[in-house]
Design a protein around this ligand. Structure first.
Ligand SMILES: *[C@@H]1O[C@H](CO)[C@@H](O)[C@H](O)[C@H]1NC(C)=O
Ligand SMILES: *[C@@H]1O[C@H](CO)[C@@H](O)[C@H](O)[C@H]1NC(C)=O
Length: 480
């Protein structure tokens, strides 16, 4: 009798803290709240920064430029479309296909232009089949092609729109893993939809080059020489799943998915990288949180992790396959819990941008960089895990993140990053509404609360680029 009672009490507690069901009314309310937030962010951008400027300053109602490519417009397109914000979509679309001056004397980042501008146009084209969007994507991509006029094979990180000249952005003539390895999804898609193999040809060439490097333990360090594409001996070279490396691994897996899971070499490359990553996975002493360290020369270990690395649970869940399926799903779920701890253990309810883990019996981690920059990676992983497992707890967690964003980041004009996520009230704001708030953060939140039957995307049919622009997979090799 007592045992039964105890069990009953436990299970009713469980029901309160771990919802196993979300009613369609609740889903609709939540989607509406996220839709309103998106509308607020878009309107603020349009009124005070659009369309000629990159981003909104949401506290001072000014604009902010770091690319001069109107990136918020391209970032928002597909998000506005799936949320059925029709007027907003139309104005963004009209500007996106005609507003950008591509003849300017402007140096742009190959990586950022591809993932944000080309990716944004293709994501919207994929949903609407509006040919103008594809045409504009081709125009922008063609402006990026001189990046491959590098005899060292890997693309120049910076391109002048007017002259087509490529530049190094680091003084030592190196480029990063993320910059040289996060264009293939978009370029493969372009070739597939234009019947012009030239884009995919570069994507294959760079991947083949990276495979030829055969790095130790399947892990690729962050820096490469522009002149020969070899691994740089720069003293700051390191192994990480955070900044400057992250999306390379993501794109290896997603290229394999995009081309119908047929390229065994790509899958092997991904599997080897995950094997290598396992040697960088640690568990904290106090609450056994799983995290990924950074390594220098595979020897020196730095027990720090970027919030950016919280894309890994989603990647592992998406890639879980074959013999390692259970291992990868388990690690994905465990690491997801750690990433949520970064939010839950922070007074604002939002995660610091970078933390250090301690071998302590009393606490797990402390912030190295306490800012919360409206970043999407944890939500991206929650979305994939929710889709893969159907476990409602991931929806509950996502909603907590959204309410914390509302509480801490909302301003009269939009949404701002905060300077210290460990503060409880009146967290000072950084006055930047990152474009990825519209392409990624709010999009993934919205998708998590969609009804399965009416979902905008099916993870078996699309791959998301690293700015959350979804591209339909094509079950074919990238070049015919
Ligand atoms: C953006 O364009 C403006 C006006 O042409 C210029 O003053 C500014 O330096 C540019 N910024 C960047 C990052 O190129
Ligand atoms: C582009 O970058 C190169 C190399 O850093 C520099 O010399 C040139 O002035 C830049 N052009 C513009 C328009 O900023």
């Amino acid at each position: 009798m007592r045992v039964t009672l105890a069990l009953l009490t436990l299970s009713s507690l469980f029901a309160i803290y771990h919802c196993t069901y979300t009613s369609t009314d609740v889903l609709e309310d939540r989607r509406n709240a996220i839709r309103q937030a998106t509308k607020h962010a878009w309107r603020g951008y349009k009124k005070h920064a659009g369309f000629k400027n990159d981003e909104l300053r949401p506290v001072t109602a000014k604009s902010y430029n770091w690319m001069n490519m109107s990136i918020t417009v391209f970032s928002a397109l597909d998000t506005l479309y799936i949320m059925d914000l029709k007027d907003e979509y139309e104005e963004a679309r009209d500007w996106a296909v005609s507003g950008l001056d591509l003849q300017r004397d402007l140096n742009v980042s190959f990586f950022e232009t591809n993932i944000r501008v080309v990716g944004g146009l293709l994501g919207a084209y994929d949903l609407t089949k509006d040919k103008q969007l594809l045409k504009q994507a081709v125009k922008v991509a063609d402006k990026m092609m001189p990046a491959f006029n590098n005899k060292g094979i890997i693309p120049f990180p910076s391109i002048n729109l007017q002259t087509g000249k490529g530049y190094a952005t680091w003084s030592d003539h190196v480029t990063t893993l993320a910059e040289l390895g996060s264009f293939q999804l978009e370029f493969n898609y372009l070739s597939h939809h234009t019947n012009n193999p030239k884009y995919a040809a570069y994507s294959l060439k760079v991947v083949a080059h990276m495979q030829s490097l055969k790095p130790a333990h399947g892990l690729y360090p962050t820096l490469y020489n522009l002149k020969d594409g070899k691994i740089s001996s720069h003293p700051s070279n390191l192994y990480t799943f955070g900044a400057s490396s992250d999306s390379f691994y993501e794109y290896v897996l997603k290229q394999w998915l995009q081309t119908g899971k047929r390229d065994k070499k790509l899958r092997q490359m991904y599997d080897e990288s995950v094997e290598g990553m396992l040697s960088m996975v640690y568990r904290s002493k106090f609450s056994h949180n799983v995290y990924i360290v950074e390594k220098k020369g595979l020897g020196y270990v730095l027990h720090e992790m970027d919030h950016l690395a919280c894309f890994v649970p989603g990647m592992l869940a998406l890639g879980a396959h074959g013999e390692t399926l259970d291992r990868d799903m388990m690690l994905a779920e465990e690491m997801m819990t750690s990433c949520m701890d970064l939010y839950a253990c922070s007074s604002s309810g939002l995660a610091p941008d970078r933390v250090r883990f301690h071998a302590s019996n009393i606490y797990d981690f402390t912030p190295v960089d306490a800012r919360y920059l409206l970043r999407p990676e944890t939500l991206e992983s929650l979305y994939v895990l929710w889709k893969k497992t159907g476990d409602e707890k991931y929806r509950g967690w996502a909603w907590k993140v959204f309410t914390a964003i509302e509480r801490n980041c909302k301003t009269k004009y939009g949404y701002s990053g905060i300077k210290d996520a460990t503060r409880v009230v009146d967290t000072p704001k950084d006055d930047v509404q990152h474009a990825y708030l519209l392409s990624e953060t709010f999009k993934y939140l919205y998708l998590i609360f969609e009804d399965d039957a009416k979902a905008s995307y099916d993870l078996r049919r699309v791959v998301f680029n690293t700015e959350a622009h979804a591209l339909t997979i094509f079950h074919k090799s990238a070049v015919k």
